[in-house]
Design a protein around this ligand. Structure first.
Ligand code: ADP
Ligand code: ADP
Length: 227
């Protein structure tokens, strides 16, 4: 089943002499539960693409259709709800709230959405991420790997349909990188969530179901990984 379709997507930043075309007529679709790696040189448009898929940056032209709805045809309120409920975002530098403890950081999206914490879901996520003993700690009391696991928990607590990760291991050593990727794989499989990861790491890309290569704002290659 198709969950996401991008049609003729373009993005230009600025105008006149300083205009930069970050995405140039990109089209592709993603199946529910698929794990897609996005690779490509720095500046090729990967982050721009991910942000547009997540509803946090607007395209110049083209469509992003999630579950049969063009998200950029939605009004502001509907788009905000879409972002909160259907998208989980994970960043390279974690972006945790320093004054909130682990449990508060993970459950923040629910709070912002005015929803109750489902304790079974929270316990399940915390156990998978191995954070049971860290719930009351602040981010700066955690190692980098632990902080990234907290940000995974925060991205998944709303059971979003699509999880988007921008270089999630870019700030981690190889052991922590491997752990974070295997957790993301395990969680997306168990929950049948679509997982889209930008990565520079070939070993991570090769674990995906499919690798989309971006070059100069265009898809230069789109290959299914056979195993
Ligand atoms: P990548 O993630 O592949 O490194 P980006 O999507 O971050 O690439 O950037 C694609 C292009 O768009 C680059 O040339 C970058 O300089 C430009 N760009 C990204 N964000 C902005 C912005 N906010 N304003 C102007 N140009 C931008
Ligand atoms: P890693 O091996 O993952 O890099 P660290 O060496 O940074 O981990 O930390 C080892 C352990 O010490 C971790 O369990 C972490 O939670 C704990 N820790 C690190 N810094 C602090 C701190 N400032 N306060 C409390 N515990 C900490």
């Amino acid at each position: 089943m198709e969950i996401l379709r991008v049609e003729n997507l373009s993005k230009t930043y600025g105008d006149g002499e300083t205009a930069v075309t970050a995405l140039n007529h990109i089209s592709f679709s993603v199946q529910k539960g698929e794990f897609v790696a996005i690779i490509g040189p720095s500046g090729s448009g990967k982050s721009t693409l991910l942000h547009i898929l997540g509803g946090v940056d607007t395209p110049t032209s083209g469509k992003v259709i999630v579950d049969h709805t063009d998200i950029y045809e939605m009004d502001e309120t509907a788009l905000a709800i879409f972002r909160r409920r259907q998208i989980g975002l994970i960043y390279q530098f974690f972006n945790l709230i320093p004054v909130l403890n682990v449990e508060e950081n993970i459950t923040l999206p629910l709070l912002l959405d005015g929803r109750e914490v489902n304790q079974d879901n929270l316990t399940n996520i915390v156990e998978i991420l191995g954070l049971q003993q860290r719930l009351k700690h602040l981010p700066n009391q955690l190692s980098g790997g632990q902080q990234q696991r907290v940000s995974i928990g925060r991205a998944l607590i709303n059971t979003p349909a699509i999880v988007l990760a921008d270089e999630p291991t870019g700030n981690l050593d190889s052991k922590n990188s491997a752990d974070v990727i295997s957790l993301l794989k395990k969680l997306h499989k168990e929950r049948n969530q679509t997982l889209i990861i930008i990565t520079h790491d070939e070993n991570i890309a090769l674990q995906a179901d499919r690798i989309i290569s971006i070059q100069d704002g265009m898809i230069s290659k789109d290959e299914v990984i056979r195993r």
